[in-house]
Ligand binder design. Structure first.
Ligand code: BDR
Ligand code: CA
Length: 308
């Protein structure tokens, strides 16, 4: 049976790939939308456009337009000013639901109590708000997979912080503090599991609307990655989605306590892992250390229609 998923997302080029994967291999109960890669109006519009590409009536819920405490810079320099590679796509005629993302999360968690995975691919603002509204949320949600953090301090937004945690550190601190055992897919794992450029090009050449759309919106990100000398396409959210869809593809993991730094001059938004188990707090995260690359790539390729 395909898993039920609630996806908190800020589409975003790699978010789009993750959502294509979720539609192919899971059942999407809703998309709750955060600000992050670009502003909330754009991330909502991009989510609605993806529903067009998929031909799927997935409910889309707009969430918080700003981080909980301090404003933060977006990632338009990576994802494009529109968050989808500035292709000038025809906007969707769909509209978002009137319910707020945090309230939708709580409602859907009751409707699917005990059987749903939350996949958090964005700054954790909506989830933190939902937890503050209803701290019993984790009791109804067996799995939370978070794309976030840089577990040994090799960040991608500041030197030490990864974007999703760095954009809204207070929200991340609330989620990491409240969730009993989240599954963490961090930036450093993403770098170790880049998608080979040549294989990506082959998948994207498939005669399928999903491949065509993704080829267009990812063009800038792919050339940005090549220009930065990357070995392949870094698809953080797709990797987190792979873990959510197929937990068995994780080949190595570490259970540790992870906290979020809120104050550091150089380190605000970094994830502090108790690697040596020196603190008294028990592990709150299963940190994914390695996945089966072939299985990850098969999930991506099939989501693009390149294989069955
Ligand atoms: C994360 O930040 C965003 O730019 C991506 O969509 C991903 O969720 C990677 O650090
Ligand atoms: Ca994202």
């Amino acid at each position: 049976m395909k898993p039920w998923l609630l996806i908190d997302t800020d589409p975003g080029v790699d978010d789009a790939l993750a959502i294509l994967m979720a539609h192919r291999h899971g059942r999407i109960a809703g998309l709750s939308i955060a600000a992050g890669n670009v502003g909330l109006d754009r991330t909502v519009a991009n989510a609605l456009k993806l529903c067009d590409v998929l031909g799927a009536d997935i409910p889309v819920f707009a969430g918080c337009p700003l981080p909980l405490v301090r404003a933060a810079a977006d990632a338009a320099h990576v994802h494009g000013a529109d968050g989808f590679g500035d292709t000038g796509y025809l906007p969707s005629r769909r509209i978002a639901a009137s319910e707020h993302a945090a309230l939708a999360m709580l409602r859907i968690s009751r409707e699917h109590a005990g059987e749903m995975t939350i996949v958090a691919l964005a700054p954790l603002t909506n989830l933190a708000l939902a937890l503050r509204l209803d701290p019993t949320l984790p009791q109804r949600v067996p799995r939370l997979v978070v794309m976030g953090g840089a577990v040994s301090g090799r960040g991608n937004t500041t030197l030490a912080a990864e974007f999703n945690v760095g954009f809204d550190p207070e929200a991340a601190a609330i989620v990491f503090g409240a969730w009993p055992r989240l599954e963490l897919v961090d930036w450093e794992l993403t770098v170790r599991h880049a998608l080979d450029f040549a294989r990506c090009e082959a998948w994207l050449a498939t005669d399928d609307p999903r491949a065509r759309f993704y080829a267009a919106i990812s063009r800038k990100v792919r050339s940005f990655s090549r220009a930065r000398g990357r070995t392949g396409l870094l698809a953080a959210d797709a990797l987190a989605m792979a873990v959510a869809l197929e937990p068995g593809l994780v080949t190595a993991g570490e259970e540790r306590h992870v906290a979020v730094e809120l104050d550091g001059t150089l380190t605000r938004g970094s994830t502090i892992v108790d690697w040596e188990r020196r603190g008294s707090a028990s592990a709150n995260a299963r940190i994914v250390m390695a996945v089966d690359q072939a299985r990850f790539e098969a999930l991506v390729a099939s989501a693009l229609g390149a294989i069955a």
